[in-house]
Design a protein around this ligand. Sequence first.
Ligand code: TMP
Ligand code: ASP
Length: 253
Amino acid sequence: MARRKKIYEGKAKILYEGPEPGTFVQYFKDDATAFNAQKKATIDGKGVLNNRLSEFFMKGLTQVGIPNHFIKRINMREQLIRSVEIIPLEVIVRNFAAGSISTRLGLAEGTPLPRPIVEFCYKDDKLGDPLVSEEHIIAFGWAAQQDLDDMVALALRVNDFLSGCFLAVGIKLVDFKIEIGRIWENDFPRLVVADEISPDSCRLWDIESGQKLDKDVFRRDLGDLADAYTEVARRLGVLPSNVTHAAKPTLIN
Ligand code: TMP
Ligand code: ASP
């Protein structure tokens, strides 16, 4: 079969032209990067796990009525998605202090925040995805005021949904990042959750032990990243409970 046309290659995923207009195929690589790709590795099985986990969360969002780009999983590493105009902002929601907000504001990691805090970073690798304010976003035309209001509402709905999913399996959702895209329907724009939702883009701590089950394991050299992601998948029922990373992930259909 002729190879599909590559639309875009990022650090952890590749987008190919889809089989029908308005669709893309999203391929999950095993590559892991951190600190704007200053640190890099290949983690066997990460792409397979993130493909399956992102499918799980996007389907769950659909079930509770939160619009997103997911159509269906095609195979171990690929999913069919709707093509969207990505808004060039990373939308971060924080429930507890960790990572950059801890550094920036001198808050101990794990400090509960008074309410979920939504932050925006401008997506530009050359600049290291800087934190920006709503003023910047409006003034530079990255999104309109209405889009911003809709993005905050969407991000908070995703936060409620994901926090509940993780709480049910003994995991605290410390923070996460999503990307949001625009889909045009009969000349009307609609905002949808795009990109991926996986332990690459969340901070996940075991509620009892505080053990990290997300990409900080790689960023901070805390152990085996695929083991951590396998544990998240196993708890969510995405993998059978008797699977260990050593045995290699086995997927449930
Ligand atoms: P931060 O504390 O480093 O700002 O990260 C906040 C959340 O966003 C955390 O869950 C990790 C996620 N994140 C990404 O998904 N991509 C990124 O490029 C960065 C910097 C963070
Ligand atoms: N910024 C991403 C992260 O740390 C990856 C990268 O910057 O290379 O999650």
